[in-house]
Design a protein around this ligand. Structure first.
Ligand SMILES: *Cc1c(COP(=O)(O)O)cnc(C)c1O
Length: 813
């Protein structure tokens, strides 16, 4: 739908500078990266924490955009362009969307709640799209900006709208509600998510319910007990509730497990019926029952819940064959979702420069004229820089002429697979409606996982953190040591995860590690244990905090801090209480304090020391002596400085063995990464190094294996080659049967010398071992601590040795 620029200017309070009165507006643009239709886009220059939209105006002018909503006149040549100057660009966007919404007298379903909004919206769409031409929010566009952009998609062909609304602060819902004006609503649930912005759960509920202040019908789950709060704001609303096995709810549902999920037997208004739900998890069942209840209450009858499909909330990126990258999005194919996927393709190739290819099925016309849909598709492909199209299906094939790029068409997925074209170094978006069976295309194009990977279980990392945390006083601070790439497990990932769980400090070894963390958005305090003077400027620029262990370092750092105009810059004093590595001796505390008092640019944030032998009961006297010395030295330092600071001395073993000396903070290391003494059975392994069998050979007795013929066979054997070697961090000491890997849970000794990239294992006794099987180097069933003991090294070395070329794969359970 298009508006003239003067119509738009009439929709909200603004001062209009019109230099192009003929300009039309059919698209609203809030992010310059999403530009598709320059001539008919209206750009909203929005000022956020992360950037100012006004900075992109000149660039957009060049790209052909003619109309702008701005908060101040930008510094640019205004000729040929329209500027609508207002106080608040977001409010302008909302007012325009509200006016647009007002033109449609159609049912509109509004959805809010803590969780499940997007799933319920998408499922209602799946259930109702045969009967209605539905306009819905794309993805989870439910924010102050997402909602107006969603509403703008309403046009004369729409006969039903489904929009979700999400809020994080008081005051937001009334704005969303005024825009959406739902005629019917679904309240999904109320959980702790996003509690932070609200004074109480009650306040949050009241705020969310504002969405329904003018609804005729509201569907909800009885257990969330929202009746009273809703009636206060909307006395005439018709409330329909559902609940499991309950006489109180309007719709009572009884669940029976079934082979493919569960069966929902329901009673509503004296009528009973049943539906199959193809899911077994609680969240999906709740979301499906919202859809059931809504359909019944709204008079749309018993829905075909069995047709519901899991919503892939994220497009999946996979490594493809021959240098290709795959973007897998094969769950639906309406134009809306194609646009989102194209954005994703575009955004992910801007840096790599890979050629953009799209393998696309027929697009669902969604009630529109087919040729128009394909015309729009062709425009989208060209504006997103797609250079190659593979169309699969009769619909898209019959519009082949519309597409300007390199193109090929196939009548069916089978025809494509039978005669698959060549792909090389391309980024390929694979996008189809579910009926096209594009999983087969993904399977054909995906690179088989024959790399060696280290899997890192981030849920277990968090578990270990919480477990160690639970042994401390609540007020004790925590520092996670994530030096050396978090002991090889991935420092950015570890820091992101632990930040969520309120870890106070992070410890890295060198400045560059800290800089990478800052660049990845980690805002917590970061201590650099070995701050190199050549990096002081960067260290200060990135707000990293140095460990200071000597007078020389102190003076050098004070000089840098002064030069850069720092004031009371936090530093961390390292005391040497017996490790005799780095640090001031306790006897130096007086002169240290004297020097420190002279440096106005510095302030001691903490003082610490490191235990040399906390894990060894035989050294306990020494450890206690270290702790005593530390306490005395820090007491003296505090007295001389005249201010307090954080004191910390315990590492992982210290936390477990001397928790009474936790002081103000502890430093967690190896325990986080899942290595613990045998009695700490609650600590979970987080890292698994895995590979696969590349090739198996039958080798006769008396033949030899590998370099220098070191692997000798005293029987006819089956020998498997696996793609991991010392360059991946596999210790050569494992060779010649001194170590083993696990295949199908059984021991397969390394045979012969370990080579650089490949090595051999003996699978003679593992009858069903075959090529392609998984091989565990270490993991849940082959603990790093056991390997370390057998090798005569320490777990730290095994973990940190896994080289950078081994891909880390992170997952949450
Ligand atoms: C590495 C390190 C730690 C962590 O030690 P773990 O034994 O892994 O818990 C603690 N403090 C300092 C100063 C460190 O360098």
């Amino acid at each position: 739908m298009t508006y003239s620029i003067s119509q738009i200017a009439g929709l909200f309070a603004c001062r209009a500078v019109i230099n192009n009165p003929d300009a039309r507006v059919s698209h609203l643009l809030s992010d310059s990266r999403n530009l598709l239709y320059p001539a008919e886009s209206l750009f909203f220059a929005i000022n956020t924490k992360t950037g100012d939209g006004h900075d992109y105006i000149v660039q957009l002018q060049k790209a052909g955009v003619r109309s702008f909503v701005v908060e101040r006149m930008p510094d640019c040549n205004p000729s040929g362009c329209n500027f609508l100057i207002c106080d608040d660009s977001i409010e302008a966007l909302q007012q325009i969307a509200a006016a647009h919404r007002g033109r449609f007298d159609i049912p509109v379903i509004g959805i809010t709640g803590s969780n499940g909004k997007t799933v319920v919206k998408e499922w209602l769409y799946q259930l109702l799209s045969d009967r209605y031409r539905i306009c819905r929010s794309p993805k989870s566009y439910n924010s102050q900006i997402g909602v107006p952009l969603s509403l703008w998609e309403l046009d004369d062909s729409s006969d039903l709208g489904i929009f979700e609304a999400g809020i994080s602060r008081p005051g937001e819902m009334s704005r969303l509600s005024r825009m959406i004006r739902p005629t019917a609503g679904i309240f999904t649930n109320l959980l702790a998510a996003h509690d932070e912005g609200f004074a109480s759960r009650q306040q949050k509920l009241a705020e969310k319910l504002l969405l329904f202040s003018s609804c005729e019908l509201l569907v909800y789950r009885k257990k969330y007990a929202i009746e009273d709060a809703v009636r206060k704001i909307n006395p005439s609303v018709r409330l329909v509730s559902w609940e499991l096995d309950s006489d109180e709810a309007d719709i009572s549902v009884h669940l029976k497990p079934s082979a493919s999920g569960c069966e929902a037997q329901y009673v509503f208004g004296g009528e009973s019926g049943s539906c199959l739900i193809p899911f077994a998890d609680e969240a999906s069942i709740e979301d499906a029952l919202h859809c059931l209840a809504f359909s019944l209450a709204w008079g749309a009858g018993r829905p075909e819940l069995s047709r519901l499909e899991h919503i892939g909330m994220r497009l999946k990126m996979l490594d493809g064959i021959r240098g290709c990258t795959l973007i897998d999005d094969s769950y639906n194919s309406d134009l809306n979702s194609v646009a989102i996927a194209l954005d994703f393709l575009h955004a992910n190739t801007e840096q790599t420069g890979q050629q953009r290819t799209v393998i696309l099925s027929d697009v669902r016309p969604g009630g529109r004229i087919e040729s128009e849909v394909y015309e729009q598709l062709a425009l989208m492909l060209s504006s997103k820089g797609v250079s190659r199209l593979v169309g699969i299906g009769r619909g898209i094939s019959s519009h082949a002429d519309l597409f300007g790029c390199r193109k090929q068409f196939f009548p069916s997925t089978a025809a494509f697979l039978a005669d698959m074209p060549d792909f090389r170094d391309e980024a390929i978006l694979v996008k189809a409606g579910r009926s096209f069976g594009f999983e087969q295309i993904i399977a054909a194009l995906e690179k088989k996982q024959h790399e060696t990977v280290m899997e890192v279980n981030l849920s277990s990392l968090v578990h270990n953190y919480k477990l160690m945390r639970s042994q401390l006083r609540p007020e004790t601070k925590t520092m996670a040591m994530i030096k050396a790439n978090a002991y090889g497990c991935g420092d950015i990932e570890a820091a992101k995860c632990l930040t969520h769980h309120h870890c106070d400090y992070f410890g890295v070894a060198v400045t560059d590690e800290g800089v990478e963390l800052r660049k990845a958005g980690i805002n917590a305090s970061i201590i650099v244990m070995n701050p190199e003077p050549s990096c002081f400027d960067r260290l200060i620029e990135y707000r990293l905090e140095p460990e200071v262990y000597s007078f020389r370092l102190l003076r050098q750092f004070a000089e840098a801090a002064d030069r850069l105009g720092a004031s009371r810059y936090p530093i961390h004093i390292k005391l040497d209480t017996g490790m005799h590595r780095l640090g001031f001796l306790p006897s130096e505390v007086d002169s240290l304090a004297a020097e420190l008092s002279g440096f106005r640019s510095l302030s001691v944030a903490s003082a610490f020391s490191h235990l040399a032998t906390a894990d060894d009961p035989a050294g306990d006297d020494f450890t206690l002596a270290q702790i005593r010395q530390f306490e005395d030295a820090t007491a003296r330092l505090k007295e001389l400085l005249g201010y307090g600071f954080i004191r910390h001395i315990l590492n992982t073993a210290g936390i477990w063995r001397f928790p009474e000396h936790q002081l103000d903070m502890v430093r967690m290391g190896i325990g986080l990464y899942g290595v613990a003494p045998d009695d700490k059975t609650d600590i979970r392994n987080i890292a698994s190094l895995k590979t696969i069998i590349l090739q198996i050979k039958d080798v006769k007795k008396d033949e030899t294996i590998g370099y220098n013929r070191r692997g000798t066979l005293d029987r006819d054997s089956r020998i498997a080659a696996i793609p991991i070697g010392y360059a991946d961090g596999l210790d050569r000491a494992f060779g010649n049967r001194r170590g083993y890997a696990l295949v199908k849970g059984q021991k397969a000794p390394f045979i012969g010398n370990i080579c650089m990239d490949v090595c051999m294992i003996d699978v003679t006794d593992i009858a069903d071992a075959s090529e392609g099987d998984e091989v565990i180097i270490f993991g849940d069933d082959l603990p790093i601590s056991r390997l370390a003991a057998e090798l005569g090294t320490i777990p730290y070395e095994i973990l940190t040795k896994v080289s950078a070329r081994v891909k880390r794969v992170y997952y949450n359970e």
